[in-house]
Write a protein that binds this ligand. Sequence first.
Ligand code: ZN
Length: 119
Amino acid sequence: MPKMRPKMRWAWHVHHEALAEIVEPGYSLASRRRYIKQNKPVHEQELRLRLIKYVKGRVPEKVTATACREGWTLKRPIVMDGKPLLDTFERLHKKECPGCPWDGKTIFPGQIDARLRVI
Ligand SMILES: [Zn+2]
């Protein structure tokens, strides 16, 4: 019998430098939220917790399959059929993440690395 692939769910901004990524099967956003509350700098937490959420729109199976093969996080250009996979998500992102500061690289634009910043 063919092995069933576990259902893959996408989420926005699981990490600050990622637009979207596949949530590992068996892992949940609740545990990531807990991690953020316990480990991320307090001044980053509100934004991180506000932006992290499951993608609601339908992601084509082909996109998910390609992402699984290439790495689950969309923070580098993964190309499918000559088009960056990120394009698929940009439209959904506009709809599902209004007012988001995402600049194509980070949810903390203007900060080189918030964790290393010296006050
Ligand atoms: Zn966003």
